[in-house]
Design a binder for this molecule. Structure first.
Ligand SMILES: [Zn+2]
Length: 64
């Protein structure tokens, strides 16, 4: 199971897309560590909603 998420990097304010994989191994509403392609730092992204942990930035999940 895979899901693309689009989120706004809280550090540089750039929209980045990331493909989450291995979602069948985790429960719902789980945050996964993602190496941000924009700033190379690790962000924690909610696998269900695509929201970043600890940030209030606007995000949206992208199907497919
Ligand atoms: Zn970032």
């Amino acid at each position: 199971m895979e899901q693309s998420v689009l989120f706004r990097c809280p550090r540089i304010g750039m929209n980045v897309q990331h493909l989450l994989t291995g979602l069948e191994q985790i429960g719902p509403d789980t945050h996964l560590p993602v190496v941000c392609p924009a700033c190379s730092s690790v962000d924690f992204v909610n696998a269900s909603t695509g929201k970043l942990l600890g940030y209030r930035s606007a995000v949206m999940a992208v199907d497919g």
